[in-house]
Design a protein around this ligand. Structure first.
Ligand code: FES
Length: 130
């Protein structure tokens, strides 16, 4: 049984490891030290020079994540993440942690990438969208 707790913390940016097909991150990227106790971030953001927009990776559980392209589906502004949701600074659209639009003017979901999970790593497949 794990003593790791769920918690919010400041936004955590990582570069990940880029390959031809996608980007690899580690499950440990979600762990931070909270007053001496390991805890999980609810999300992290993957940002590096090869990505036109960052990717928001939300952790639902050890085996369930979402990976969302942080590009507003209204007019393409880069989104801002806070906790369980993403907001657009341009005209106020909002999206939940599965990429579904919860506030307009955007009316379509964010691009979402397939994820493959191994014991310790999470591979985000950038070749296709789900
Ligand atoms: S570009 Fe995001 S709401 Fe208009």
């Amino acid at each position: 049984m794990s003593a790791v707790l769920s918690s919010c913390s400041a936004t955590h940016l990582i570069a990940g490891k880029i390959s031809n097909d996608g980007v690899m991150i580690s499950k440990t990227d979600f762990i931070f030290n909270q007053k001496g106790t390991p805890a999980y971030r609810s999300f992290i953001i993957v940002r590096n020079d090869t990505l036109q927009y960052p990717i928001y990776v939300y952790r639902f559980s050890d085996q369930e994540y979402s990976a969302l392209w942080m590009r507003c589906t209204h007019q393409g502004t880069e989104l801002q993440a806070s906790g369980d949701s993403l907001q657009c600074p341009a005209h106020g659209s909002a999206f939940n942690n599965k990429g579904i639009a919860t506030n307009g003017p955007a009316d379509s979901s964010l691009r979402s990438f397939p994820i493959k999970i191994s014991n310790s790593e999470i591979f985000i497949d950038l070749r296709k969208q789900s």
